[in-house]
Design a protein around this ligand. Structure first.
Ligand code: NAD
Ligand code: 6OH
Length: 484
């Protein structure tokens, strides 16, 4: 049986306890993961501290950026290995991992390597009380050791989205990938070696959250910052853990995202767009739309259109090129999503399609598949309309006016992403600007430009990453004031 190891100071290190890495498509065990106890997490943090003062700390920005481009080259060289590992861990369709996850990992390194080379800094000419001048300018320094904690839905994409800018700014990192999807973080370690990233700069510790590697990392006094993507509740626990040492945090958390479909939209474009927005990655994307509001004249035809698309999705073996719907990540998550399917019926939902589990008549029946599901008829106060489900499911409700749609979309404790579907450009701008969300798409969804601010409001997160926002989080600014 394959082992997945920790990576500390340039060495692959076996931990004292093991846990199984399960393939969600059929429940089979792919590998044994060896987890890091508190002592191994400490070794990783000490290696990262030491590396700050070694070769890595002495490299100029240009050379650091060149090494990160080499990391991107090496990801592209080993493209198929990354795709295979990601598909086995997550069950996502190979077509999706090849189109989204692995190309984005390489792009993350390229974009932040270039961003750090191009970044300018603030400077101000300041008048002194005696009528002379002073010059203020800021310089960027690394934060130090950055702890990176990531979820299972887009494992490599989200890990590199944080590791790339952290490394570009000269930090060293200790990464704790999700216990559900450990493979690509360790594979990335091999790529780091190949690309000439010095020992101790990139470290990986495996394990769980509470009382395990995740918590050991957040509590460690020598970790200078924590960047985290995952559930809002976990974000709250991490905030408590870092409070005593006042570490900066960047949090990308959950969502209960709204889509507003106006009757003047391009119908085909909206139905196709919402098919992606609701069902991509089996609905396990923080940006997925779980609440869809449709202007009443188009309500029935839209529900029928999305139903047709949902029923045409092809669940199957993830490595089969024609599969476009994978399983959920785990038996536990399957149980959670099915409990919401049950709750929706108890809350009085009309089941437009789905609501159960598919039957394959083969080994996939042991996997964690659910049917793509559409509900209508729920009150806006229903728990299924308020709480993040994180599965291939949405509720569709009608609206009669723009104001009503905006009010319903904004009535959430979350505030991550929204999408608006209309051919009326003024309305698109007007409604987009009213959204309580970190990201609003008009006539598209999950169209990413890595230079733009990305993050959420309310329960959806703290801070923004992307472009200069990432450089600002992953560095300290030292303002220098010189009396001239
Ligand atoms: P999770 O919060 O359960 O786990 C995420 C990571 O945190 C894992 O590595 C886990 O081991 C670790 N962890 C758990 N408890 C911890 C603790 N007390 N201390 C330190 N680490 C701890 O999230 P998940 O179930 O893996 O991912 C799904 C969630 O992530 C959804 O809510 C989704 O919306 C959210 N998400 C948000 C974004 C975004 O950009 N906003 C992106 C992806 C996923
Ligand atoms: C959440 O599941 C998706 C997050 C996406 C990003 O962080 C990104 O940079 O595209």
């Amino acid at each position: 049986m394959k082992s997945i190891l920790n990576y500390i100071d340039g060495e692959f290190v076996r931990g004292k306890h093991e846990f199984a890495d399960v393939n969600p498509a059929d429940g089979s065990v792919i590998a044994q993961v060896t987890g890091a106890d508190r002592a191994l997490v400490d070794d990783a943090v000490q290696a990262a501290c030491k590396a700050l003062h070694g070769e890595w700390g002495r490299l100029g920005t240009r050379e650091r950026a060149a090494r990160l481009h080499k990391v991107a080259d090496a990801i592209e060289l080993h493209f198929d290995c990354f795709v295979e590992a990601e598909v086995a861990d997550t069950g996502k369709p190979v077509a999706l991992a090849s189109r989204l996850d692995v190309p984005r990992a390489a792009a993350n390194f390229r974009v932040f390597a270039d961003a750090v080379k191009m970044a300018s800094l603030e400077s101000f000419q300041t008048e002194t009380p005696d009528g002379k001048n002073a010059l203020n300018y800021a310089v960027r320094k690394p934060l130090g050791v950055v702890g990176i904690i990531t979820p299972w839905n887009l494992p490599l994409l989200l890990l590199t989205w944080k590791a790339a800018p952290a490394l570009a700014c000269g930090n060293t990192v200790v990464v704790k990938p999700s216990e559900e999807t450990p493979a690509t973080a360790t594979l990335l370690a091999e790529v780091m070696q190949e690309a000439g990233i010095p020992n101790g700069v990139y470290n990986v510790v495996h394990g769980f959250g509470p009382n395990s590697a995740g918590e050991f990392l957040t509590q460690h006094p020598d970790v200078n910052a924590i960047t985290f993507t995952g559930e809002s509740r976990t974000g709250a626990a991490i905030m408590q853990a870092v409070a005593p040492s006042v570490k900066p945090v960047s949090f990308e958390l959950g969502g209960k995202n709204a889509a507003i479909v106006f009757a003047d939209c391009d119908f085909e474009e909206a139905v196709n767009g919402l098919t992606e927005a609701v069902f991509l990655n089996t609905g396990q994307v923080c940006l997925c739309a779980e609440r869809v509001y449709v202007e009443r004249p188009m309500f029935d035809s839209f529900v029928t259109g999305l139903k047709r698309k949902a029923e045409a999705l092809r669940p199957g073996w993830p490595m089969d090129e024609s599969t476009n719907l994978g399983p959920l990540i785990s038996a536990q998550h399957l149980e959670k999503v099915l409990s919401y399917y049950k709750l929706a019926r108890e809350e009085g939902a009309i089941v437009v399609t789905g609501g159960g589990v598919p039957e394959f008549g083969n080994a996939l029946d042991k996997g964690f598949y659910v049917q793509p599901t559409i509900y209508t008829g729920l009150s806006e106060l229903a728990r299924c309309v308020k709480e993040e489900i994180f599965g291939p499911v949405c509720h569709i409700a009608p609206f009669d006016s723009e104001e009503e749609a905006v009010a319903m979309a904004n009535d959430s404790k979350y505030g991550l992403a929204a999408s608006i579907w209309t051919t009326n450009l003024s309305r698109g701008h007007r409604v987009a600007q009213k959204m309580n969300a970190g990201i609003t798409w008009v006539n598209c969804w999950f169209l990413r430009d890595l230079r733009t601010p990305f993050g959420g409001m309310g329960l959806s997160g703290i801070g923004r990453e992307g472009g200069m926002h990432s450089l600002n989080f992953y560095s300290e600014l030292n303002n220098i004031c010189i009396r001239l």
